[in-house]
Design a protein around this ligand. Structure first.
Ligand code: C5P
Length: 228
């Protein structure tokens, strides 16, 4: 399409999943492929935005025309997005960020012991990056969060999304259902976008590219209504 309705806007998108190292060869990770976030970056670029993609362990090809900053851990992602957000009109937090990381990272490969029957890992909380951005003054920056939930019931899924939008101070929250076979690493997605009053702004389903455009339609309407 020839829409250039994001021309002049600086859009930051985080995509992929963080990896939290245990030792030089192992990590705790998640199944996020980065497809939905990359589709948003690509769609925003196609609509004329200047796009910075904070890429966490993508399993898909880099989009063209974007400034790409590679990160791996939650703390690296936090540094990169906090820096990029300062200059941004829109920040889309599509990355799956680990809630915990190992308390200690071993300098050498962890070894099993002939006598042990198991291993207990100590984890510490990662910062909530979206909430950090949402609770700091961010006038003029539209914050879009995501929530991947396994909740099967629609009303309960919406309630989780509303609570999450509020808790994180996001302007919009995109809720999608994930599971063993839904959401992560698939080519299609179905989402509900929740607004500042807890209202359903839109529902979108289809390819991740078409969902990306539907989310950006909402961003455009909000970016133009908040502009002077
Ligand atoms: O709390 P939950 O992980 O479900 O929230 C998802 C949203 O919060 C996503 O937008 C994700 O990028 C963001 N997030 C974050 N920092 C974390 C965990 C999640 O920014 N530590």
């Amino acid at each position: 399409s020839g829409r250039r309705d994001l021309a002049g806007l600086r859009v930051v998108v985080t995509a992929g999943g963080t990896r939290e190292p245990l030792d030089p060869v192992r990590f705790l990770g998640n199944r996020s492929s980065g497809k939905q976030g990359v589709a948003i970056a690509e769609a925003a670029r196609a609509r004329g935005a200047e796009v910075t993609l904070i890429a966490a362990n993508l399993e898909v090809a880099d989009p063209g025309g974007c400034d790409i900053r590679r990160v791996s851990t939650a703390l690296e992602l936090q540094d990169a997005v906090t820096d990029a957000a300062r200059e941004a009109d829109v920040v889309v937090m599509a990355a799956a960020v680990a809630d915990y990381r190992p308390a200690d990272v071993s300098e050498s490969k962890l070894k099993k012991d002939a006598s042990d029957s198991g291993l207990t890992l100590e984890l510490v909380r990662n910062p909530d990056i979206l909430a950090g951005l949402g609770h700091a003054p961010h006038d003029g920056t539209l914050l879009v969060g995501f929530a991947a939930e396994t909740e099967p019931d629609d009303e309960a899924l919406l309630a989780l999304g509303r609570a999450k939008r509020e808790a994180k101070g996001a302007d919009l929250l995109v809720v999608n259902r994930v599971g063993w076979h839904e959401g992560f690493a698939t080519d299609e997605n179905a989402v509900v976008v929740i607004g500042r009053d807890g209202e359903i702004v839109t529902r979108a389903h289809g390819t991740k590219t078409s969902v990306a455009h539907d989310i950006l339609d909402v961003v455009v309407s909000m970016a133009t209504t908040t502009a002077v």
